[in-house]
Design a protein around this ligand. Structure first.
Ligand code: CDP
Length: 213
């Protein structure tokens, strides 16, 4: 079973994906961490984020054991990640790792931008998580405050707008809803309500698929 969860920055897809994976006993991969780790490694090597060859080299050498690094969660690394993520050869270097992970039995939940469109076009369930940009910025801002990061709401809103624009306009695997994905708008939902709604989608899609025609 493969469950693909895509959506824009701070839409809550990571929290949802983790909860869904826990509920079904599946493994979970936050694919944003891969791009964040590549950005971290490019910066650590003193290279330019715009340099595609450097990005591809870092992606090919990526150590999956380093994905738990708390530094990956910062605003600056999120911003840097969306720069390296536009390079096709960076994306290509991360493809096999994601596809192999998706095949983990008995099931896997992957969240990102292009899971339902590029990484796992045959996923059993595809959910596209959305929320108004102000609501997403508010959630991300509160997360940063809890972690003691020194940012204002306006800065967070600004960064999210820029990141959405970059992710949606790039030519390689842009952020977009797969035609067969179910849209989940969490603007008016807390995490509990969003989780219940996501479970209802999984149940609806899997029952419909297994029903005799
Ligand atoms: O958690 P948040 O939504 O803020 O970001 P993330 O999922 O960690 O992703 C960071 C950046 O990596 C995004 O802005 C994308 O540019 C890129 N990314 C991507 O291109 N494809 C993915 N499957 C996941 C992330």
């Amino acid at each position: 079973m493969i469950i693909a969860i895509d959506g824009p920055a701070a839409s809550g897809k990571g929290t949802l994906a983790q909860r869904i994976a826990g509920h079904f006993g599946y493994v979970w991969l936050d694919t944003g961490l891969l791009y964040r780790a590549v950005a971290r490694d490019v910066l650590a090597a003193g290279a330019d984020l715009e340099n595609e060859a450097e990005g591809a080299r870092a992606a090919a050498a990526l150590d999956a054991a380093s994905l738990g690094d708390p530094a990956l969660r910062s605003t600056a690394i999120g911003e840097a990640a969306s720069v390296v993520a536009k390079h096709p050869s960076v994306r290509a270097a991360l493809l096999d790792f994601q596809r192999n992970f998706a095949r983990t039995p008995p099931g896997a939940v992957l969240d990102g931008r292009d899971i339902g469109t590029v990484i796992c076009p045959d996923a059993d369930v595809k959910i596209f998580v959305m929320a108004d940009v102000e609501v997403r910025a508010r959630r991300r801002f509160e997360e940063y405050v809890r972690r003691g990061e020194n940012v204002t709401f306006e800065e967070v809103l600004d960064v999210i707008r820029q990141r959405d624009a970059r992710d949606a306009s790039r030519s390689a695997a842009p952020l977009q809803q797969a035609p067969d994905a179910v849209l989940l708008d969490t603007t008016e939902m807390d995490i509990e309500a969003a989780f219940e709604a996501a479970l209802a989608i999984v149940s609806y899609v899997t029952t419909r698929r297994s029903a005799p025609r």
